[in-house]
Write a protein that binds this ligand. Structure first.
Ligand SMILES: *Cc1c(COP(=O)(O)O)cnc(C)c1O
Length: 405
């Protein structure tokens, strides 16, 4: 398919290039000693991702442990209430541990095992990535160190308990503001000390090469399954595909299945309380080009050019940049990025729960809210939404802050 004169037939062969660039975005901007470790991961991945043994083992794990394929569900009552457009959801809420993150954590941990590493390390903010990685580490019998700010440890007690029950070592970080940024710094410092025995597992399609590519590849199972299931259910492709974008992993997984099709693709960012800096985390909408956390992309910067403070009702979307591939797909016009507010998101959270019996994660509710708006604008057709996770983790917070609607 041609889109704005861009050839998608050989897209996955050409993007990223061998240095990890999607156009001008991506790459690797890290200290030399970490670059050595990253090169080792890149080389191992390029070899292993073509090995039938690796692919076969990952397929078996997806089926027998994760419970894949996850279904696609038709949202009949919700669709009828909005008009003629038919809405469908890909049910990543039914993936083991309740979200899409385990898709890449199982891949990363399997890679660690193939590389002969004993340990995986990562940082976590809200704890979702930490729990998924701790799950993967337990499955493979790997040690697992999760770096987490002291403030977040207090706020996210259930996820801290989960990680500990799963056998992970939660390392408390007390420097600075003791939140995600300090946890990232501490985890990178640990990695440069320990990289011979471990690999660092990044939690989205961000960070230095090869992670944006590798995490996309591990998540592409979502788009591959969804495309096939949708075709089988309806005999055709959806007219539009919608996913929420924080770092962008669930979205890239879904989008990668449809880039070469005549399907409109929408990435939804959090507008939070509004467009003023500090009130949202819509980096692709309001950001500018810059380097952070080891990669070049579009980011929200403060007046000193440092990553700006961001806000969203969804802690998983609360990130001042997005993966380099999203920046690229935006620039070439293949994917449209737009925003929904906290208010619209909470409405969608209750609407999906009430009309379909599915309590969505607040992150995923952004995609649902956008699809509901889109359905009202379109006269006919179908929309496939990636429901990245379940909302059990968000129930107490929603009721405390918004009450029952
Ligand atoms: C972490 C998370 C996200 C955001 O991460 P992406 O890398 O942007 O996909 C979205 N939905 C859920 C349920 C999450 O846990």
């Amino acid at each position: 398919m041609k889109h704005n004169d861009f050839e998608f037939d050989s897209y996955f062969k050409n993007y990223p290039d061998c240095n990890g660039y999607f156009g001008k975005y991506g790459g690797s901007y890290i200290p030399d000693e970490l670059q050595k470790a990253m090169d080792e991961i890149t080389e191992a991945y390029y070899t292993i991702c073509k090995s039938s043994k690796f692919i076969g083992e990952l397929r078996r794990i997806r089926r027998e442990f994760q419970g894949r394929p996850t279904p696609v569900s038709h949202l009949e009552r919700l669709s009828n209430s909005l008009g003629n457009v038919q809405l469908y959801v890909k049910r990543e809420d039914l993936n083991h541990t309740g979200a899409h993150k385990l898709n890449h954590c199982m891949g990363e941990a399997l890679l660690a095992k193939y590389m002969g590493k004993k340990k995986v390390i990562a940082e976590t903010g809200a704890g979702q990535h930490g729990v998924a990685l701790a799950t993967a580490a337990a499955y493979f019998g790997l040690e697992c160190d999760i770096y987490m700010g002291a403030v977040d440890i207090k706020k996210q007690a259930p996820n801290v308990a989960r990680m500990k029950i799963l056998g992970a070592n939660v390392v408390e970080v007390t420097d600075g503001l003791a939140t995600l940024k300090e946890a990232v710094d501490a985890a990178f410092a640990a990695y440069s000390r320990e990289y011979k025995d471990c690999i660092y597992c990044i939690g989205s399609v961000v960070g230095p090469h090869p992670f944006p590519m590798m995490v996309r590849d591990f998540q592409s199972v979502v788009g591959i399954e969804a495309r096939e299931q949708f075709m089988e259910m309806t005999g055709e492709l959806p007219d539009a595909v919608v996913a929420c974008v924080g770092g962008g992993s669930n979205a890239m997984g879904m989008f990668s299945g449809f880039l070469n099709d005549p399907v409109a693709i929408y990435g939804v960012e959090p507008l939070g309380r509004g467009p003023a800096m500090g009130d949202h985390a819509a980096s692709l909408k309001y950001g500018t080009e810059g380097v952070m956390h080891g990669f070049n992309s579009i980011m929200l910067k403060d007046e000193n050019g440092e990553p700006a403070p961001v806000y969203s009702v969804a802690s998983g979307l609360d990130y001042p940049s997005s993966g380099p591939e999203h920046a690229f797909l935006r620039d070439i016009g293949r994917v449209t990025y737009d925003v929904v507010s906290d208010e619209e998101t909470i409405d969608a959270f209750f609407t999906l729960s009430r009309m379909e019996g599915i309590i969505p994660a607040i992150e995923s509710s952004h995609a649902v809210a956008y699809a509901m708006k889109l359905a009202k604008q379109m006269e006919r057709g179908s929309i496939l939404i990636n429901l990245s996770g379940r909302g059990d983790k968000d129930m107490d917070y929603v009721i405390e802050k918004y009450g029952i609607r």
